[in-house]
Design a protein around this ligand. Structure first.
Ligand code: TYD
Ligand code: MG
Length: 462
């Protein structure tokens, strides 16, 4: 079949084709979008079918609902994220930065599955002995786990007799001979994934596919893989930190609001079931510049500490740096604090870090970030039993957020004594008033008065 197939370069944005590679698409003018694809007399991915063979349409009510059979992976947090276990014949993409622990997680799962089902680990990145070394480190008995080390997936189908689960490590390292481009290019990644999808759907084999995230945070190529997959999971966290968060961004067999928390230890990844308090520092409440917010990640609420540091700019432009919080959000909130509350940051360098390497991307964390910045500015610590949440608008108004009740509940559980929250969320949390002091905040300046009792830095008062 390979002989009939020729290749062309297709623009991933507009679909224009060209016989050779071009840096810029002549049709839509976008740069770096031309990727090699197989085209030819026999299109490998499209089977010709007569229009007359279309099955008869029937009312939705007559469709028989088949329940998916799910297999436990051996790691409860992983099952939760998948929506209750592994669905047979599905394609699961696990994305994440290099070194985050993708191979570790899937080796653990593959070893567990191989105890009862035939499981194959297709390692394109590491040799068999490297995988064996990892398995030893994880104290895994790999007696039943089949392993093959190759980079070309054209022969994979012949190895799959009786196999029910297959791990591909990684999609960027494998190639098919149908394309001449090198492994990891958009065309190769897409073609290989399509091949795997055809095998998965025709033979009912479940594939776990590892994909590295590029610098921009997307999987190789502009989202080339996500539409082919049934489930897309991302593994997040900083490499230096021990905690990792597994998040589903797409799931055809469950909802995407579930997250799993893992801890990397000397003997592999362990699910963390008691995650309260892991994103808080021990010296909380002693130093200025820190604030705690109950952050909603997936369908879980966890108290997370935001730390900020302010130092006088030596010369030139003041520096802003943020880890775990969007950079634009930080500059925006600094501008609001400056204009609405009269805190001057124009000659201060500002650094922000979120504990535990977790990424906060919901607007409800705005108020705590402002509180941390103000605390650093006044050089006054916020007491360790105070938490804050709420969205901050450009007018300095604190706006209502979702899940207010859940957030307050988490603070009560963690022993917090005071929660600052948007005034408009007060109704839903009134019932907690006897357990924790809930302070309604209408404007950012009210929050600053409540926490620091002043609106101006002493020495900088005009
Ligand atoms: P790995 O799973 O190879 O990452 P990925 O496949 O995502 O690139 O491993 C990531 C890191 O985890 C590696 O730097 C070593 C560390 N590690 C541990 O701390 N404990 C362990 O038991 C293992 C196997 C790895
Ligand atoms: Mg790896």
């Amino acid at each position: 079949m390979a002989k009939n197939v020729t290749t062309a370069f297709v623009c991933s944005e507009c679909g224009a084709t060209s016989p050779r590679w071009l840096g810029r698409c002549p049709s839509c003018g976008k740069f770096n979008t031309m990727a090699e694809e197989a085209v030819g007399n026999e299109q490998p991915s499209v089977q010709k079918r007569s229009v007359y063979s279309l099955p008869k349409a029937k009312p939705l009510s007559q469709v028989v609902y088949e329940k998916y059979s799910r297999t436990p992976s051996g790691i409860s947090e992983f099952d939760t994220v998948l929506g209750g276990g592994i669905v047979a014949g599905s394609l699961v993409l696990l994305g994440g930065n290099p070194g985050i622990g993708k191979s570790t997680l899937l080796t653990q799962i593959a070893a567990h599955l191989s105890l009862t089902r035939k499981t194959l680990y297709f390692s394109a990145e590491e040799s068999c002995s490297q995988v064996k070394m990892r398995a030893n480190r994880l104290n895994l008995n790999g007696d039943n786990l089949l392993i093959v080390n190759d980079t070309c997936i054209d022969g994979l189908e012949n190895e799959l007799d009786g196999v029910e689960f297959c791990v591909i490590d990684s999609i960027q390292a494998v190639y098919t001979e149908e394309l001449t481009s090198s492994a990891g290019s958009v065309g190769q990644v897409r073609e290989c994934a399509t091949k795997l999808m055809r095998i998965a759907k025709s033979r009912g084999i479940t594939f776990f596919i590892i994909g590295h995230v590029t610098k921009e945070g997307a999987l190789a190529g502009p989202k080339v893989l996500e539409h082919i997959m049934d489930t897309v999971l991302y593994f997040e966290g900083e490499n230096q930190e021990n905690f990792r968060i597994l998040r589903a961004v797409k799931n055809r067999f469950g909802n995407v609001s579930e997250v799993g928390v893992f801890e990397m230890a000397g003997d592999g990844l362990h699910a963390v079931t008691d995650y309260s308090g892991i994103f808080l520092s021990e010296s909380r409440g002693e130093e200025a510049g820190c604030a705690v917010t109950p952050a909603q990640t997936g369908n879980r609420c966890m108290n997370v500490e935001i730390q900020t540091l302010i130092s006088r700019t030596a010369f030139g432009q003041p520096r802003r740096m943020s880890l775990g919080v969007d950079y634009n959000k930080l500059t925006l909130l600094l501008a609001v604090l400056e204009k609405r509350c009269n805190l001057r940051f124009s000659s201060e360098d500002v650094y922000v870090n979120v504990m535990g390497g977790i990424k906060l991307n919901e607007p409800a964390t705005d108020l705590a970030l402002c509180a941390a910045l103000a605390s650093a500015y006044f050089d006054k610590p916020i007491d360790k039993y105070t938490a804050a949440f709420g969205e901050v608008g450009l007018t300095g108004e604190v706006r209502a957020v979702q899940y207010a009740e859940k957030r307050v509940q988490e603070c009560v559980k963690m022993g917090f004594k005071r929660v600052l929250l948007p005034a408009k969320n007060m109704k839903t949390v009134a019932k907690y008033a006897d357990k924790v002091s809930v302070v309604p905040i209408l404007y950012l300046s009210t929050m600053i008065k409540t926490l620091f009792g002043e609106n101006r830095k002493n020495e900088s008062a005009e």
